[in-house]
Design a protein around this ligand. Structure first.
Ligand code: F0G
Length: 463
């Protein structure tokens, strides 16, 4: 007998209470936060879906590993444990620990990118883009067009447009220090990239002698999608699939706060000896000695265990099914989302759902406020507040107005998910009563973190 209920593949040993609040308390809290969910105290949030980064729960094996942490400055045992796991999964010769993903990106960009050089990627995450631009390089996105269309179904919507890549490699010959590919493609809805696409990009890079680097944050989730959706991979393990992905590349950057199942950490890995030397020299200045990077010995142990746990099939089945379940319930209720479901998050399409609001009133931001006041759920706008402010100070509406509900790993249960569904289904009945917002104060860059807002007409959702 095969039972169909997919359960959380863990039981809970330590609990962290969450605080129930009333709509009136939340209305006061969000007013105090100037209508910006980033400015809320986490204690005022019931279900926190702001990010899946560093917010996961660790296993007993990770905690036990932390007790084994070797805090020696140089040559710690924990480094060799960490290095052997990273090498088993990625096959890369050099493993360089960093305090998180963006530190790996920073060191790699410093080593590879100079004025005017172009780095193509399916879609750069914002820290990757910022690190390349800080070196006066050009961060070029070349996703397939389906990636921009929330309602279009495609099994590997995170893919790179290989024709566009071939064209840019040809036209900008000598100007491309590396090509990157982000798995899964966070900025396009947590959508997976197929092995065929990675293979194609790798072949083009090798043909042009350009290093090919994977942004591997969610490599295990990507491997699971390949196993489920790509012909020929159904019988392979997620580890075997991950190993094949990495064999196609020359190096990777990694945030262990995602599929490393840790609360902090990251690494940079590569095969090239000269590049590794350059990166280690930079590491010593900004992060730390090469056998600990920006981390404590116990962090290295937690990541070594976490990387393997992220590849566990029962875990991945439960993880990916959670988001798919929410996505199915939204579709059944007619709530527009980015489809199919991504790996780590549900992305609500606020431009379609709150179509009564003009983009100048930031429908995604308005929806994030309604989610919080109505249900105590914190999610993150990915739309015109995040991307609309141009370097010259003018406004340009973003192409999509999304709200991302990102799921911390192993933290929330099915009943939490049912609660999130209930809140969203309720919002669907009052959606036309959600008011837009205007900005009252903002910084010149990364304004979404600190800008102040007010709801148009003084209320978030009309009574
Ligand atoms: N690359 C991708 C695809 C990411 O999603 C992130 C982080 C990073 C790099 C940077 O890693 O945070 O360890 O420095 N994404 C988080 C998010 C912040 O909420 O999506 P980091």
């Amino acid at each position: 007998m095969q039972f169909k209920t997919i359960i959380e593949p863990f039981r809970i040993k330590t609990v962290e209470p969450i605080r129930q609040t009333t709509p009136a308390q939340r209305a006061a809290a969000i007013r105090g936060a100037h209508y910006n969910v980033f400015q809320l105290r986490a204690g005022d949030v019931l279900i926190d879906l702001l990010t899946d980064s560093g917010t996961g729960a660790m296993s007993i094996y990770q905690w036990a590993g932390m007790m084994r942490g070797d805090e020696s400055y140089a040559g710690a045992r924990s480094f060799y444990t960490f290095q052997s796991v990273v090498q088993e999964i990625t096959g890369f010769k050099h493993v360089i620990p960093t305090h998180q993903g963006r530190a790996a990106e920073h060191i790699l960009s410093q080593a590879m990118v100079t004025d005017g050089k172009v780095v193509p990627n399916n879609t750069h995450f914002d820290t990757t883009r910022a690190n390349i631009e800080a070196r006066h390089g050009v961060a070029l996105d070349v996703p397939i067009h389906e990636g921009h269309e929330p309602a279009t179904l495609h099994p590997f919507k995170g893919n790179m447009d290989l024709e566009a890549l071939a064209r840019v490699l040809e036209e900008r010959r000598g100007q491309i220090p590396m090509v990157m590919i982000t798995v899964t493609n966070n900025s396009e809805g947590g959508q997976p990239v197929s092995m065929a696409n990675i293979r194609g990009a790798s072949a083009l890079c090798r043909q042009h002698g350009v290093p090919f680097i994977i942004d591997a944050c969610r490599f295990a989730e990507n491997a699971w999608f390949i196993k489920q959706r790509e012909p020929g991979y159904g019988d392979k393990t997620p580890l075997e699939i991950a190993q094949e992905m990495f064999r196609l590349a020359d190096g990777c950057t990694m945030s262990a706060k995602k599929d490393g199942m840790a609360n902090i950490g990251g690494f940079l890995a590569m095969n090239d000896d000269a590049l590794a030397l350059k990166c280690r020299n930079a590491l010593v200045v900004t992060e730390g000695f090469p056998t600990y990077g920006g981390l404590a010995g116990y962090d290295l142990e937690a990541i070594a265990v976490g990387l393997k746990e992220a590849l566990d099939e029962d875990y991945l089945r439960y993880r990916i099914r959670t988001v798919e379940y929410l996505s199915e319930r939204m579709t059944a209720a007619g709530i527009p989302t980015v489809r199919p479901a991504g790996g780590h998050a549900l992305y609500l399409d606020a431009k379609s759902w709150l179509s009564h609001l003009p983009q100048e009133q930031y429908p995604g931001w308005a929806l994030s406020l309604a989610l919080y006041v109505t249900g105590g759920i914190r999610a993150c706008e990915i739309g015109s507040v995040m991307f609309g402010l141009q370097p010259d100070g003018t406004e340009k509406p973003a192409s999509l107005e999304l709200v991302r509900l990102a799921f911390p790993r192993r933290v929330y249960t099915q009943s939490h998910m049912d609660y999130v569904c209930e809140v969203l289904l309720y919002l669907n009945t009052v959606v036309k009563k959600i008011h837009g917002v205007r900005i009252t104060e903002q910084p010149p860059v990364l304004r979404h973190f600190t800008a102040k807002f007010e709801p148009v007409g003084g209320v978030i959702v009309e009574a």
